[in-house]
Design a protein around this ligand. Structure first.
Ligand SMILES: [Zn+2]
Ligand SMILES: [Zn+2]
Length: 166
């Protein structure tokens, strides 16, 4: 419902959002969670967020766009969205839980610069293959994995600008 009001969405995006809404609604009902408009508003903003974000960043973004959703609702809705796999949960080693939309996005991994904080995304079929192989070997039905490479940018010029890429 809520996303449909966004003017910048094309038809394909609207269809995708509708599907995400249905998935989330089913998930909430199955888990006996309350289906509230607030939760869908958080979903709207979260799936629309470009890149990685923490709960507080989303809270600030929603506030600036005149939303009245409480911080607590944002925190618990993000956890619910992660449980139903519409969001991926990320830990980049700085103690902050971050999320990113995994809805209709390719599985990908991250390079994290511990100096400037930049986060680069990449995807490698090799890693995916290793995950499948190890899971099979150990008799495990994997539902996801996370692979982070920590280090420093080789390009020192860019790295000096300490940008905090959430
Ligand atoms: Zn990412
Ligand atoms: Zn860097």
């Amino acid at each position: 419902m809520y996303l449909l009001f966004r003017l910048n969405l094309n038809y394909g995006e609207k269809v995708r959002i509708k599907k995400a809404e249905e998935e989330f609604r089913d998930f909430l009902k199955k888990g006996k969670h309350r289906v509230t408009p607030e939760r869908f508003e958080v979903m709207d903003f979260a799936l629309d967020y470009d890149g990685h974000f923490g709960a507080d960043e989303l809270y600030i973004k929603m506030k600036t766009e005149k939303s009245n959703i409480s911080r607590a609702t944002i925190y618990n809705t993000l956890e619910l969205l992660a449980s139903c796999e519409l969001l991926a949960k990320r830990n980049f080693g700085d103690g902050v839980t971050r999320y990113e939309s995994s809805y209709n996005r390719k599985n990908h991994d991250h390079l994290i610069c511990t100096n400037c904080g930049s986060i680069k995304e990449f995807s490698s079929p090799k890693i995916q293959k290793i995950v499948e192989e190890i899971s099979k070997e150990l008799g495990f039905d994997n539902t996801g994995y996370s692979f982070n490479i920590f280090g420093k940018c080789l390009n020192h010029k860019n790295c000096k600008h300490a940008k905090h890429n959430g």
